[in-house]
Design a protein around this ligand. Structure first.
Ligand SMILES: Cc1cc2nc3c(=O)[nH]c(=O)nc-3n(C[C@H](O)[C@H](O)[C@H](O)COP(=O)(O)O)c2cc1C
Length: 265
């Protein structure tokens, strides 16, 4: 059955339990092709994808990505990486440093802006795979926790300095039976504005969060007295977030340190 793109977008959910059958090769090829066709800044494709087929590696990732066992059970796992290594190696091969000297230009190793652009490329390619997979009856789930434990992931995947794993995606066919219902969103009036940024008042925020706050029950909430405190404890200030902050700082030091050294060399 052919689904329209709008239908796919409306019914997609993050899927964390998969039918226990492998992804057909033709479906896998279509998913990869969807990534390759994604828009990419300057057509530079500043990203890489690593298909994780090794079960032991999947099991390891299910631990290093904040202990999420479903990663090991996903029939298809792909890591999306922001990747400036290829381009800067190519610049080296092409004598760009000498060219810059001759032209009186600075040679700049990859900076923070290049990294953000490469992250855009990687995530846009990733999202293309999500939509392509949905059209084939394959659900998926992003794993942001691949940004944790940088040193371990760098070693596991043999990553050079200008490569940063920005996301991991698990994929598998939807299991038999009813599909999970799409999850609620904030009202678009709080998210979308026209021509200028829409700052919210405290009253606006009260309305915006009121639906979710209804779900707050003061049991098992890590001592939190309201929804804001609970989400902070479970997400923004949780141990996995602290590990992510540490890990990203190490990765950025690597990236920037190497880049500054390259500029000076
Ligand atoms: C950048 C990013 C990171 C995410 N990381 C995780 C994760 O580590 N584990 C997980 O189970 N879901 C993860 N998710 C899925 C979100 O929890 C999910 O998209 C959100 O709850 C909304 O649900 P929906 O996708 O079903 O609409 C992530 C999603 C995004 C976009």
């Amino acid at each position: 059955m052919q689904s329209t793109v709008q239908e796919i977008l409306r019914t997609r959910v993050s899927l964390r339990q998969y039918a226990e059958r492998p992804i057909k090769n033709e479906d896998k090829d279509a998913i990869i092709e969807a990534a390759m066709r994604a828009p990419t800044a300057g057509n530079m494709m500043m990203y890489s994808m690593i298909i994780v087929s090794d079960l032991a590696l999947k099991q390891r990732l299910s631990e290093t990505c904040d202990h999420q066992p479903f990663i090991a059970k996903a029939p298809l796992v792909i890591v999306f990486l922001a990747d400036l290594q290829r381009w800067f190696d190519y610049y080296q091969d092409s004598g760009v440093k000498d060219y810059c000297k001759d032209q009186g230009r600075d040679f700049n190793g990859p900076d923070e802006a290049d990294l953000l652009l490469a992250c855009c490329d990687a995530l846009i390619a990733a999202q293309n795979t999500v939509i392509s997979a949905e059209a084939l009856g394959i659900g998926s789930c992003y794993i942001g926790d691949i940004m944790e434990n940088y040193e371990t992931h760098q070693q596991l995947f043999n990553l050079p300095p200008y490569v940063f794993p920005i996301s991991l995606l698990c994929y598998g066919y939807y299991p038999e039976g009813e599909r999970p219902k799409p999850r609620e969103r904030f009202d678009s009036q709080f998210i979308v504005s026209e021509n200028t940024y829409h700052g919210l008042t405290e009253k606006d925020r009260e309305v915006m969060f009121s639906e979710r706050a209804k779900g707050f029950k003061p049991q098992n909430t890590l001592g939190a007295k309201n929804m804001g405190q609970m989400i902070y404890a479970r997400k923004t200030g949780a141990d996995f977030s602290l590990e992510m902050a540490r890990s990203v700082q190490v990765a950025m030091k690597h990236w920037r340190g190497k880049s500054l050294a390259d500029n000076e060399a």
